[in-house]
Write a protein that binds this ligand. Sequence first.
Ligand SMILES: *Cc1c(COP(=O)(O)O)cnc(C)c1O
Ligand SMILES: [Zn+2]
Length: 404
Amino acid sequence: MTPFSYRCTDCGRTYSRDEVRYLCPECGKGYHPGIPLLGVLEVVFDYEAIRRAFDRAQPDWNLFCPVEKEFHPPLPVGNTPLGRVDRLGAELGLSSLWVKNDGLNPSGSLKDRASFLVVAEARRLGIDLVVAASTGNAASALAAVCATTDTKALIFVPEKAPKAKLVQMVLYGAKVVPVKGTYDDAFALSLEYTAQRGGLNRNTAYHPLTIEGKKTAGLEIWAQLGYQVPEAILISVGDGVILGGVHKAFVDLQRAGLIDRLPRLIGVQAETSDAIHRYVETGVYSDAANPTTRADSISVTCPSNAHGARRAVLDSQGLTLTVTDDEILEAQALLAGRSGIFTEPAGATALAGLVKLQAGPNRLTGSGPVVILATGHGLKDVEAPLSRISIPAAVAPVLASLSL
Ligand SMILES: *Cc1c(COP(=O)(O)O)cnc(C)c1O
Ligand SMILES: [Zn+2]
């Protein structure tokens, strides 16, 4: 760990580590459920200390981590493989295309990274209950991490979350409360719970260490490319915290003098859950009217990190785009069939965005590596791809019945 303070991303006020917990006390006053979070806090390290201590030959990633190692839960999270996908790259006109397979985290999604760090923080603070609202993955991640510690998990999820995700949370031993309503309803209820009944709230972006946890995916990409900044990283976007976290990784590296530019961050949203995309394009925020996408993990009316996500895209000279559910499911099949990686619809959304981008005027040139972040495992929701494939009928076990 390196010494750090919190800085408000809206007003710039700084706070010491134990002075604040969630949002900026000043800007957060203006926040109420139903609008994107105000006063999201950013961790600002002693970058000179990181610069002096970081050694590429023996990288100590704890330098970039805001919770001491002694509090880390005993569950290996992250360090997921980054692999080249040449068959896919050839089709998309990119000679150096890579997939970071974050579905290979313990609970099957990138959310493990955020849960890991918030549970570490709860242990540092001596709080034995962590509360979260989730579309499904943040909750199963929190439940998995808590299973390895004395910390309890209390989870609010929309009742329509995919079965496998609900099974995971219950099996890991969390207290699960399905909510009759949307993810946004669950988010509001969980905030009310921690405000009135206690526990540490893990809601995405609301707890600043969710961004720091997701940041680790970006640090790994840099290291796995041989300490190279990619041309672009494609990221599926719901609340915009993965996007914000990956941006923070490269901002930290730049502030520490370890890199001299940011990768272009390309945020991809589902067409019906497009609040951040429209905010980036127009500069004016409004909710997604009716997020009905099959990519449940990115189905959000009011993205909590809308402001941070927009800043991340603009700062990195990136862009956002939207894709339809058909394009998402096609991309899921394309990735599976070309690379052997089975990612859930939200994970495939990033590739769907790349396919669309490469067919249009803003296509990536391939001047450097391009990375697709596959954020969750495909087995979390097998109903989604089943809507467009069929399992062959069974045959009698005699060779004559085979037409192959
Ligand atoms: C949560 C999630 C996302 C989106 O992350 P945000 O931080 O909400 O933008 C994308 N893919 C998967 C699989 C997720 O679980
Ligand atoms: Zn502030």
